[in-house]
Write a protein that binds this ligand. Structure first.
Ligand SMILES: [Zn+2]
Ligand SMILES: [Zn+2]
Ligand SMILES: [Zn+2]
Length: 185
């Protein structure tokens, strides 16, 4: 093997490494998407569930208890209908749904949505969300969830067929889980 052959091998290896690095950095951060305060915050909160949980824990101090839900102080935008969050100089960098998904380690792929099982866009409980298609999400609209039993007994009849089920407050039950266990026919 001559010295020039060695040089070629070394150069090829370096070029391949450089190419890989270029591919990696392109995948992470396309040149046409410069870093913004919002993209930094999205990356920070979306990459570790504990950070999203901490955000929600801080916000829960100002939350309002409504039925089985905890309502965040912020109101949904009139146009889009969902709550947008701001933090650390980044204005409206994600939706409450994004944050709730991240808190559970969920990153909705193409065509999937974070959906509130409780139909309450201000609810900030990670257990009240699920991930589904826009069609499934939309199908929850108007779901009665449960109705009184026609015998006028104490039990209710679950009329929700969505999976996981929608959540609606039931007088007399501390939690939705208690209702499912004890209050359904
Ligand atoms: Zn809720
Ligand atoms: Zn009955
Ligand atoms: Zn339902």
């Amino acid at each position: 093997m001559t010295a020039s052959m060695f040089e070629n091998i070394t150069m090829d290896a370096a070029t391949a490494k450089e190419k890989r690095q270029r591919i990696v950095s392109f995948t992470l951060r396309p040149a046409q998407q410069p870093l913004t305060a919002g993209s930094i915050q999205r990356e920070w909160f979306s990459t570790a569930p504990i950070r999203a949980l901490e955000y929600l824990e801080t916000a829960i101090d100002e939350a309002r208890s409504v039925g089985y839900c905890q309502e965040i102080r912020m109101v949904p935008s009139k146009r889009a209908g969902y709550v947008q969050l701001s933090w650390g100089g980044a204005n409206k960098f994600c939706t409450l749904g994004d944050m709730l998904g991240w808190a559970r380690g969920i990153h909705p792929g193409e065509g999937m949505q974070v959906s509130h099982r409780c139909h309450n866009p201000r609810c900030m409980l990670p257990s009240h969300i699920t991930i589904e298609t826009p069609i499934q999400n939309n199908a929850r609209k108007g779901c009665l969830v449960w109705v009184d039993c026609p015998h006028s007994c104490e039990d209710r009849i679950l009329v929700c067929s969505h999976l996981p089920s929608c959540i609606k407050f039931v007088p007399g039950f501390e939690t939705w889980e208690d209702f499912i266990r004890w209050g359904v026919h």
